[in-house]
Design a protein around this ligand. Structure first.
Ligand code: AMP
Length: 119
């Protein structure tokens, strides 16, 4: 992982720092999980690395271990939410694909039927 300091203009850095409130549902040494404010499913949680990195590709390049940590925390939260093994994980990458916050975050979605392809 890069040693980039928290970006004071970054919404998710500020949530990680506790400067902006969020409903935290899980955490690990490297990652934080909190509910999305505009949920698209009964369970919609964002799992983010604590350190700032812009998107999933940069995240993987910086630290495969910390990328795995985000994925494992998503599984832990899914189990705590009663989803069992039925959930969707999404990294939107780039504005054209719907990324609006440029601090990597894994969407954990579940609790309803998930169509595929997503459209
Ligand atoms: P994306 O569009 O993939 O970048 O996802 C950003 C997500 O952040 C969206 O689903 C938003 O609803 C969510 N979001 C924006 N602001 C907050 C916030 N303050 N707390 C929790 N989720 C947020």
């Amino acid at each position: 992982m890069s040693d980039a300091p928290a970006d004071t203009d970054c919404l998710f850095c500020r949530i990680v720092a506790g400067e902006i409130p969020a409903e935290v549902v899980g955490e690990s040494g490297h990652s934080l999980a909190f509910r999305d404010v505009n949920p698209q499913a009964p369970t919609h949680v964002l799992v983010v690395p604590r350190r700032h990195v812009a998107n999933a590709g940069e995240f993987a390049e910086a630290s495969a271990d910390e990328l795995a940590d985000v994925t494992l925390l998503a599984r832990t939260v899914a189990q705590a939410e009663g989803l069992g093994g039925d959930y969707r994980l999404v990294f939107n990458t780039g504005a054209g694909a719907g990324q609006s916050v440029f601090h990597a975050h894994l969407h954990l979605l579940g609790g309803r039927a998930m169509k595929w392809p997503p459209g």
